[in-house]
Design a protein around this ligand. Sequence first.
Ligand code: SAM
Ligand code: SF4
Length: 457
Amino acid sequence: MNTHQIVNEEQILQLINKGKTTTKEEIIEIIEKAKDCHGLTLEEAASLLTIKDDETMGILLDTAKFVKDVIYGKRVVIFTPLYTSNECTNNCLYCGFRVANKHLHRKTLNKEEIVNEAKAIEKQGHKRLLLVCGEDTKKTHIKHITDALEAIYQETGIRRINVNAAPMEVEDFKKLKAVGIGTYQIFQETYHRETYKKMHPSGSKSDYDYRLTAIERALEAGVDDFGIGALLGLYDYQFDVLATLMHSQYMDNKYGVGPHTISVPRLRPALDSALEEVPHQVSDQDFKKIVAVYRLTLPYTGIILSTRESEALRDELLSLGVSQMSAGSKTNPGGYEKDDREATQFETSDERSLGEVLQVICQQGYLPSFCTACYRANRTGEAFMNLAKEAEIHEFCQSNAILTFKEHLLDYGSEETIEKGNVLIEKALKEIDNERVYQMTLNKLKEIEKGKRDLFF
Ligand code: SAM
Ligand code: SF4
């Protein structure tokens, strides 16, 4: 396969150059067009990425807020990562797990330890996990991952496990599908080939094309929910954001399925990182612009924000288009049971507990959701996208958010969270337009109050 068809550098450079010639009036017209929630072209996204002045930024951010509210309402889905191993044979210059880091305390959790971590996470009140590991064929092979998924599903109340792991063959993706993977997530890090080569000097990850084509193999195996993203800070963000959008467009055109999610990881300090400084610093202002441009260009794709970002910025980004957020996260294997800082992948920034994050979300009028329904009701891939594009998914999501948050409050909520949460649930109920769905939600809420669990649409 000619992978230059997926991401064409030449074309991206042309888009960037053309974007520079857009006038302020044209940019405002593009933002105005985005309000119809049908997305934008790559050319239009390239123009928006050139915005620098405060006034136009303000209009862009307000519109991202508008589109987020129309499509996602006030919901934000909550999850946390579970790191099963920090052993890795790659040498990504920016990562604390890289093979050349001799100071890292290495650890691969066994099945029992993985289950204990999942239980510790569940005890916080989470239902949705992102399983993460380094790449080491002897330690983090496919069986390590599938055994982990099977054990967590069997032995804990965790209901959905997404996976962020190295690219693999179709056969291995089929095994992941068989044990009930949610979304398969893989970041290209940078789509710029020359920079990619520099950042990944050795190990299997140095094969750019094998990584780029991973989600096509996943689809072939039936894993139709996938997440992509670029590690912001490695290369020019305009290039990498446009390349991520191009990758998404390629998948949508060829397979009728775009990414379920786009993540916005931004480079963080890591133990023994080989990078002395961030090669292409992305300011907070540019970071907000990136989230807003993704939101306007792909209104129906979830945007994931991790605890790499600060409390203040995360609280602000909540309204700008982010639809999923991690909370209370650890990036070291075993970290939920025993926090060994010398075993972390990178430093997290927002170190608040899940309860604290939930309170802030509620204070801002947003509705935390622990929903895991779509994957379990077979609303994945194309089926999900079609529903989402018709905006029908909204009806399910609002009710499922209410039901799962109510469960959370009853089982794990502190007094303060319960108080704020119940006010929010009352408000969210009133936002359900469909009378039948409203009545059904009320009935299910009563059941939950009586002790029933895991009710969803
Ligand atoms: N080892 C697999 C891989 O590299 O694809 C999967 C797990 S890796 C731990 C998950 C992601 O962490 C990487 O794709 C990269 O984007 C991100 N990451 C690595 N080092 C980072 C750093 N210093 N700051 C922020 N994110 C980082
Ligand atoms: Fe290994 Fe992934 Fe870290 Fe690279 S980013 S060193 S592959 S864990």
